[in-house]
Write a protein that binds this ligand. Structure first.
Ligand code: UT7
Length: 335
């Protein structure tokens, strides 16, 4: 039995900064509302033709690979989390395999929304623990901007989301006191429609139906979010899944060196910080700069925290996510 440990991290965000004032030019919103409700000051949006979900994932992955010291031919498997793939199918895992020139290794696509990275990490961790693989590239990348309703109608959702990618190399660790100590995954499909893009889908309205209807009022292919309901569930589930991870490892809240919450809303992170009575240096947030990048938010934040020297050898890290599904998850890591 082995453990898995993160040996390399990388992230990439597009250059194009979209401030709250930029959004106020195209929809009925303002900087004060967005900052007060979400903490977001700006986010990145790709420029069409310059970046895609795959290309951003590749850029983040190259940095993670380089930092890990693992050669491309030593990578055994790809796990790619996204809800915004370049194609309806196949998922971007195979495109990443091609773009990086990797061998014909397996590529698994994960679609677990904001929990996607922690789910992906958990899957990769199991393959490494059993000894099946030694090095797994875990990537999360999202292009939200092209799928948002950028009119007044969509303002409650569109101001929150941003584009970006993060990646981690997960490698075999023989010391079982180090690396990923445990992961905890949950879902509650009863609330699937409280945060969802309902179309196109094979079980409902497919592309041909949408075209045939030709209805300008159609909102079904834009994200819908019951914001306050999602918020209330998020704070409860974040707390539960953090506690679950701590208990599973006989850890106390005081043992947490760094909590990296999915960057859903700064207010959610602050609520959790207060609830667990964590100091500012025990929680890392960067939603102010990037908005909510769904599956990519945790690896982007993790990479930035690491780059800023905020994660040190021996630290106890908690990753926690909540999002559409509902799905929620945590990972406890000894760095
Ligand atoms: O990552 C996945 C998980 N996602 C989350 O965790 C998100 C959870 N939810 C939230 O973060 C918050 O619910 C939001 C930030 C999305 C919204 O904040 P809220 O305090 O719940 O606002 P609200 O939806 O209740 O809207 C309050 C008011 C409404 O106006 P009235 O009805 O009071 O006149 C909205 O129409 O704010 C209005 N509003 C806006 N005003 C300016 C909604 N969006 C905007 C906007 N700019 N962008």
């Amino acid at each position: 039995m082995y453990h898995s440990k993160i040996t390399g991290l990388g992230f990439y965000v597009p250059d194009n900064v979209v401030t709250n004032d930029d959004l106020a030019k195209i929809m009925d919103t303002n900087d004060e509302w967005i900052q007060e409700r979400t903490g977001i000051k700006e986010r990145r949006h790709i420029k069409r033709g310059e970046d895609t979900t795959t290309s951003m994932g590749v850029k983040a992955a190259k940095i993670a690979i380089e930092r890990s010291g693992v050669n491309n031919d030593e990578i055994d498997f790809i796990v790619f989390a996204t809800i915004s793939p370049d194609f309806y199918f196949p998922g971007p895992g195979v495109a990443l395999q091609k773009e990086l020139g990797l061998k014909t290794i397996g590529a698994l696509d994960i679609r677990n929304q904001c929990s996607g990275f922690v789910y992906a990490l958990s899957v990769a961790d199991q393959y490494i623990k059993t000894g099946m693989y030694k090095n797994i590239l875990v990537v999360a990348s999202e292009v939200q901007s092209l799928g948002l309703d950028m009119t007044d109608r969509g303002r409650g959702v569109s101001v929150i989301f941003g584009d970006g990618a993060g990646a981690a190399m997960l490698s075999r660790e023989e010391d079982v006191t180090k690396g990923i100590l445990s992961t905890h995954l949950h879902s509650e499909g009863e609330y699937a429609k409280e945060l969802a893009v309902l179309a196109p889908g094979m079980g409902g309205r497919w592309v041909t139906d949408i075209i045939a209807d030709n209805n300008p009022e159609d909102e079904s292919y834009f994200p819908y979010m019951n914001g306050q309901f999602v918020f209330k569930n998020a704070v409860v589930r974040f707390s539960e899944v953090i506690n679950e991870g701590l208990q599973a490892n006989n850890l106390q809240v005081s043992d947490i060196d760094m909590l990296i919450p999915h960057q859903a809303n700064l207010r959610i992170s602050q609520f959790i910080q207060q609830k667990f009575k964590l100091r500012d240096d025990q929680v890392f947030n960067n939603i102010q700069k990037y908005g909510n990048t769904t599956a990519a938010s945790i690896p982007i934040a993790l990479t930035e925290a690491w780059e800023q020297g905020k994660i040190k050898e021996g630290d106890t890290l908690v990753l926690a996510a909540f999002g559409s599904g509902f799905t929620w998850a945590s990972a406890i890591i000894k760095w």
